[in-house]
Design a protein around this ligand. Structure first.
Ligand code: NAD
Ligand code: AKB
Length: 314
């Protein structure tokens, strides 16, 4: 029997691409996209409005569509959550617990929930940050993701819930723009390079952060969800490495194709968030347990981003 999949936050940067990928595997009608947006405003025939703060509505949709697997993506990202701390905490935490309870009660059989490199903090070793490195986050978003990881592990240990998770780095994509993160500059820069020929960066030139091209992130997500449960020892969340670069380095890569491109730097409140995160990630455990290997480096990603955006923006 094919899985019946529910994606929350499906209109966002990840969900919009994950839905396409899952539909090619499981069939269009077996993947229900949901988000807070009204149904009338979305052209997808397999879309429903679902506010993840509404437990009763979640239960109703899961039961009505006989959902077996949930990808719970709806969340508030790092920069926005610093502005609305209580709202960010409530959204990121309460909705996760609702889905964990559904899995505990056997109303769904598998749950995917993304964590983030934001779980690490200023005391974490910055380079090649290990799976089990000290993780004392100093942002609301990071605190919510770290707490979420512990809840996932707790529900797995105590109730046998099959919940799986990845600590995504900053994700870079051209189909849907990102929503309120600290790594968003690495998407904005490509748009501005093509549209304006210049970019004012909200991080300083040498702020190195872990990043990943969306194609790799989607493939990793599906590979983890399809992995043999016996092989998985991590039920908090897996470190995942793609690449690591600074604003200066991404600008230099863009200049190989757009020689006149200019970058200036005007760090804002997001600089402090970036400063508290690792510069690069060690993902040896994901490699060993489910065979993770990224395909995109900075050069290959820049070619793909500029080629796709040139078509999109014309
Ligand atoms: P996004 O901001 O692009 O999308 C989130 C979606 O959630 C939006 O479409 C929004 O409308 C929806 N949403 C907000 N409140 C909602 C509610 N009450 N009910 C239903 N939907 C609601 O985020 P994203 O980048 O696609 O991230 C998805 C997940 O991946 C999040 O959990 C995020 O923390 C995690 N993540 C993302 C990145 C990244 O770089 N994009 C990195 C690490 C982790
Ligand atoms: C953000 O910047 O908030 C996200 C993330 C790394 O979790 N992109």
């Amino acid at each position: 029997m094919s899985e019946k999949i529910l994606i929350t936050g499906a209109l966002g940067q990840i969900g919009s691409e994950l839905a396409l990928a899952l539909r090619t595997i499981y069939g269009e009608a077996n993947v229900l996209s949901t988000d807070i947006q009204e149904k009338e405003k979305v052209s997808d025939p397999y879309y429903e409005r679902l506010d993840v703060m509404d437990d009763a509505q979640i239960e109703e949709i899961v039961s009505k569509h006989k959902i077996t697997v949930v990808y719970h993506l709806a969340a508030m990202l790092s920069a926005t959550a610093e502005k609305y701390p209580r709202k960010g905490w409530d959204l990121n935490m309460e909705s996760l617990l609702t889905f964990l309870d559904l899995a505990k009660d056997k109303k769904i059989k598998q749950l995917y929930w993304p964590s983030s490199i934001a779980i690490f903090g200023p005391d974490t070793p910055k380079v090649n940050t290990d799976q089990n490195a000290l993780a004392i986050p100093t942002t609301v978003y990071g605190i919510s993701k770290r707490a979420g990881e512990f809840w996932c592990n707790y529900y797995h240990e105590k109730f046998g819930v099959d919940v799986r998770s990845i600590r995504y780095p900053g994700l870079i994509s051209w189909k849907t723009r990102p929503g309120g993160g600290t790594t968003d500059y690495a998407v904005d820069i490509y748009y501005q390079a093509l549209e304006e020929g210049k970019y004012e960066c909200f991080l300083s030139e040498n702020s190195a952060l872990p990043m990943m091209y969306m194609d790799d992130a989607i493939r990793a997500t599906i590979e983890l969800m399809q992995a043999d449960a016996e092989k998985l020892t991590v039920r908090t969340s897996y470190n995942l490495n793609g690449m690591s670069f600074t604003p200066k380095e991404i600008a230099a890569e863009i200049q190989k194709q757009i020689p006149d491109f200019e970058i200036t730097y005007k760090p804002d409140f997001r600089q402090a968030i970036a400063d508290s995160w690792p510069a690069s990630i060690d993902d040896a455990v994901a490699q060993k347990e489910w065979g993770w290997k990224p395909e995109f480096d900075l050069g290959k990603m820049t070619e793909a981003m500029l080629a796709n955006l040139k078509v999109k923006l014309n």
